[in-house]
Design a protein around this ligand. Structure first.
Ligand code: PEP
Ligand code: MN
Length: 347
């Protein structure tokens, strides 16, 4: 249930409504939009009749039931899009955010070379796995804390913000110490212990869609993080498994506008994991801009044939630069811009 407050409702009236929500056995969740202040009552649907008593309280305009199973992340709760601030930029606003970097952090040389190049091209964030969730236990598992330190060094050097994956609840503190955004990988989308932990981490979370997850399951996973205290969640479409085996995954592009209808959270696309194929990254990224994504996450490696993971889908820094230059045109058609674009000149 959401409680829409009158435009002139006082702070005291808001407090009274929150207390009453608690007395009904629910948790209040305040959402201040540009045009209205709403309070979500989070709890079991079995008790929702109790909330009817809020109707007569001062400052309350109306009570609206949320029809979707996910509540806090739904557009019904918050009609305007959420913008997530990271340093001096926002994800979910008119800037189209480009994130690039290697699948895994391998060496200082590899990471710094990549970071310098993507920064120059207009990227805002550097991605790179330090804790790697690998399908085979024999594959490289990541440099762990050593990798996090290298990412922090790259941030120091370039000013790029850092996004990196966390794979267990126990590692969230150490990853949060170094990362600006914590990534939850496709394999962990329904690791509920991890999602709950990320509710209290104090950093935005990039949640990747599970490879067999429906949109509803995806949004319910985001809801886990939100109900545990963190509504700074970015959704990432990274391809799903279908009957088609020609590619690593099938990029579900329509997930983007559908998510934009169902949720206020920002949505980004990962064309690298979605396709698994270097030559398809470029066209898929263009489609992501055109279909309304808020950004892309792209694997970049200076020498993809030497990469310790995901080489076949990694593009080189010059290819990345070419891609970003082209994405700028697509972004402007969508009334958006990419960092570093001032009338075609780079700053
Ligand atoms: C990654 O980003 O390198 C990764 C492991 O992605 P996913 O979880 O989407 O497979
Ligand atoms: Mn990868």
């Amino acid at each position: 249930m959401i409680i829409v407050m009158k435009l002139d409702a006082s702070e005291e009236e808001v407090d009274i409504v929150c207390d009453s929500i608690r007395n009904c056995g629910f948790r209040p969740h305040i959402s201040r939009g540009e045009e209205r202040l709403v309070i979500g009552a989070v709890g079991s649907a079995d008790n929702k009749e109790r909330l009817q008593s809020l109707r007569g309280l001062p400052g309350v305009k109306e009570l609206i039931p949320i029809s979707q199973p996910y509540k806090l992340v739904s557009r019904e709760l918050k009609p305007e899009k959420t913008k997530i601030r990271v340093g001096d930029f926002e994800i979910g606003g008119s800037e189209f955010i480009v994130i690039g970097g290697p699948c895994s952090v391998e060496t200082r040389e590899q990471l710094m070379e990549t970071a310098d190049a993507i920064k120059e091209a207009g990227a805002r964030m550097l991605r790179g796995g330090a804790f790697k969730p690998r399908t085979s236990p024999y594959d490289f598992q990541g440099l762990e804390v050593e990798g996090l330190k290298l990412l922090a060094e790259a941030r120091e050097r370039t000013g790029l913000k850092i996004i990196t994956e966390v794979i267990t609840p126990e590692d969230t503190e150490v990853v949060a110490e170094f990362a600006d955004i914590l990534q939850v990988g496709a394999r962990n989308m329904q690791n509920f212990a991890l999602l709950k932990k990320l509710g209290g981490v104090g950093r935005p979370v990039l949640l990747k869609r599970g490879m067999s997850a429906t949109i509803k399951e995806f949004l319910l996973s985001a809801e886990y993080i939100a109900t545990h205290g963190n509504d700074r969640v970015i959704l990432c479409e990274r391809g799903i498994r279908t009957f088609e085996t020609a590619l690593r995954n099938t990029l579900d592009l329509t997930a983007v506008p559908l998510l934009n209808e169902l949720t206020h959270l920002p949505v980004v696309v990962d064309p690298s994991h979605a396709t698994g194929k270097r030559s398809l990254v470029h066209p898929s990224a263009k489609a992501a801009v055109a279909i309304g994504a808020d950004g892309v996450l792209i694997e970049v490696h200076p020498r993809p044939h030497e990469a310790w993971s995901d080489g076949p889908q990694s593009i080189t820094p010059p290819e990345f630069e070419k891609l970003v230059t082209e994405l700028r045109k697509y972004a402007s058609l969508e009334s958006r811009y990419i960092h570093g674009d001032f009338g075609g000149e780079k700053n």
